[in-house]
Design a protein around this ligand. Structure first.
Ligand code: PMP
Length: 366
């Protein structure tokens, strides 16, 4: 039996219940030091150990080599839309691939700081729902970087391959699928993401950056957003979001403990996410009432937007879902319809409960 409803929020999103319980148990007194993590100096030995463990666990889970710095920042991925060009464009050329609402926002913001070129764009009358053929992207050889969003949270478009950037440093917004699957960090010059989907609470931004990319910030880049400054100060140039880092650390430990079909850690989490996505997409594909608009080859394992063919049923669908203990299924306002976000913390049983509800609702309204 479960104590709480299943939460399909796109973010801030569900946190593993085990982690919430651990945090609750340690709320008043962390490991016998007499303080809550919220109350301790970021420069004290207790917090030093928390952030060092979190970084070590992140490096282990994603196999991040010493050639890369791990930065714990603030401002979210929307701030990174400016921070990336401020640090990496040199005020010169930067190329962007637009596969959804978030990469579209990224390229618009970058125009304040550099010469932006759209290497490829996937927008059509239906909105977003595909990734243009990588071989046909127009990448300027003298671009300082090529930016992609590898999981479009709103549109449900995920890269299931690492793009070939023809030697141009690859920068990726991985906000909504970082730590949902294994990745080859060495293929990227910079990876960033807000924590509030698979990693922890809002307020923490993770940046994983190859060290040779550091030290090229524009002179007017705020010091607190200069990757080289943040790296040199081990994410303590300013006060980092200490409590969010602590929770993220508990989530990383939780990921390391996961087991699924003989696998462990991130491999287990990835296999379970594949199983969850199959279960849900198969049910949607089999139905006459629901439809998905994203191409099969780039369907997101994390964010599953779908529409009721009869939109007049939307309100009844959402109300029934809530009564069945299935929360926050309403789609993003820009695309309408529904969206089920099934991040790491969503168990297989939660997706099964959603599939059961989809079938039941169709039986009564189809
Ligand atoms: N990029 C992606 C892929 C996202 O999912 C989000 C948040 N939904 C953002 C950027 C923006 O994140 P934030 O509001 O935390 O800056």
């Amino acid at each position: 039996s479960r104590s709480r409803p299943y939460n399909f929020s796109a973010g801030p999103a569900a946190i593993p219940e085990e982690v919430l319980q651990e945090a609750a148990a340690e709320m008043l007194d962390w490991h016998g030091c007499g303080m809550s993590v919220m109350e301790m100096s970021h420069r004290g030995p207790q917090f030093e150990s928390i952030i060092a463990q979190a970084e070590a666990d992140l490096r282990e889970l994603l196999r991040i080599s010493d050639d890369y710095a791990v930065l714990f920042m603030q401002g979210g991925a929307i701030a990174e839309n400016a921070i990336v060009p401020l640090n990496l464009s040199g005020g010169a050329k930067a190329d962007y691939v637009v596969t959804g609402s978030w990469s579209q926002k990224s390229q618009l913001e970058a125009r304040k700081y550099c010469d932006v070129h759209i290497s490829a764009s996937a927008h059509d009358e239906q909105g977003y729902g595909s990734i243009p053929d990588n071989a046909a992207w127009s990448i300027r050889p003298d671009a300082q970087y090529l930016h992609v969003c590898t999981n479009e949270t709103i549109d449900g478009v995920e890269f299931h391959f690492v793009p070939d950037s023809h030697g141009v440093p690859l920068v990726a917004d991985m906000s909504s699928h970082l730590l949902s699957r294994q990745i080859d960090v060495s293929r990227y010059a910079c990876i960033y993401g807000g924590a509030q989907k698979n990693i922890g609470p809002a307020g923490l931004t993770l940046v994983i950056i190859r060290r040779d990319m550091l030290g090229h910030a524009l002179p007017h880049c705020p010091s607190a957003f200069d990757y080289a400054v943040v790296a040199a100060n081990h994410s303590m140039f300013n006060t980092p979001p200490t409590y969010a880092i602590y929770i993220a650390g508990l989530v990383l430990q939780w990921i390391k403990r996961q087991r699924f079909e003989g696998l462990s850690g991130l491999a287990a989490v990835e296999a379970r996410n594949i199983a969850k996505a199959h279960l849900l997409y198969d049910a949607l594909d089999a139905s006459q009432l629901y439809e998905t608009r994203v191409g099969r080859e780039c369907r997101s394992r994390m964010n599953v937007p779908f529409h009721l063919r009869e939109s007049a049923l939307n309100a009844a669908f959402l109300q029934g879902a809530e009564s069945a203990g299935l929360l926050q299924l309403k789609g993003h306002k820009s695309v309408g319809g529904m969206r089920a976000s099934i991040y790491n913390a969503m168990p297989l049983e939660g997706v099964q409960a959603l599939v059961d509800y989809l079938k039941d609702f169709e039986k009564h309204h189809g």
